[in-house]
Design a protein around this ligand. Structure first.
Ligand SMILES: Nc1ncnc2c1ncn2[C@@H]1O[C@H](COP(=O)(O)OP(=O)(O)OP(=O)(O)O)[C@@H](O)[C@H]1O
Ligand SMILES: Cc1cn([C@H]2C[C@H](O)[C@@H](COP(=O)(O)O)O2)c(=O)[nH]c1=O
Length: 205
């Protein structure tokens, strides 16, 4: 049986990595032996290219193609084989990040960037079975990222407001797949909510 793909999305600093760290230690989640992964990927040719691109003033369209190339590599080398082996895959960011972030960076370059970027993925990507949108206000994001240290070019209030809006639209368009989590409370509480929903989902599917 094909495995299940679960993704975590949200604006910068929404706590995705913190939740993943906790899920990795959660005995009820560990029992399913999930494969944890992330986008951009780490330590790969495409992931390294993305890392360099986001640290510099790369053309936004070129950046979209780099993120998408990394997604193709991620799918081919890790996600598809794991799903074919019946594994539960949990990814910290996935295609919805491209729809939301590049949907904003390309809004002055393309007529309808969200649909254009979705079209770019059509026919070859794998749509997640379950997606958590960890939601925080952009002001909280800026505060958390500020404390974390070095700021990325995406960590700007207006920009993150736009990204959050697209995430909400994606969730509204696909309510069966998306679960919106209030990620402004304690990290332990956020992880418990996510773990509970994952376990409910796995018991139903
Ligand atoms: N629920 C929470 N309450 C307060 N602080 C939090 C919470 N979750 C995470 N943090 C802190 O906020 C910062 C960002 O968290 P984290 O790296 O998990 O977010 P992220 O969504 O993975 O970020 P990014 O996408 O930008 O990499 C970290 O310093 C983390 O300790
Ligand atoms: C996958 C993906 C990511 N981004 C952005 C979101 C973040 O600001 C950075 C790096 O991600 P991280 O979780 O902070 O390591 O890249 C993007 O713009 N488009 C994407 O497809």
């Amino acid at each position: 049986m094909r495995g299940k793909l679960i993704t975590l999305e949200g604006i910068d600093g929404s706590g995705k990595s913190t939740v993943v760290e906790k899920l990795q230690k959660d005995p009820e989640i560990k029992a399913f032996k999930p494969v944890f992964t992330r986008e951009p990927t780490r330590g790969t040719l495409t992931g390294n290219a993305v890392e360099k691109a986001i640290q510099s003033d790369t053309d936004q369209l070129a950046e979209l193609f780099l993120f998408t190339a990394d997604h193709a590599e991620h799918l081919a080398k890790l996600i598809k084989p794991a799903l074919e082996n019946g594994k539960i895959v949990i990814s910290d960011r996935y295609s919805d990040s491209r729809y939301a972030y590049q949907g904003i960076t390309l809004k002055t370059r393309l007529e309808n960037p969200l649909e254009w970027i979705k079209d770019l993925h059509r026919g070859w990507t794998v749509i997640p079975d379950l997606t958590f949108l960890l939601d925080i206000r952009p002001e909280i994001s800026i505060e958390r990222c500020g404390k974390r240290g070095e700021q990325s070019k995406f960590e700007k209030l207006e920009f993150l407001r736009g990204v959050r809006e697209i995430f909400f639209k994606l969730a509204a368009d696909d309510p069966e797949r998306f679960v919106i989590i209030d990620a402004s409370c304690f990290p332990e509480h956020v992880e418990k909510e996510v773990a509970k929903k994952i376990l409910e989902f796995l018991s139903r599917n």
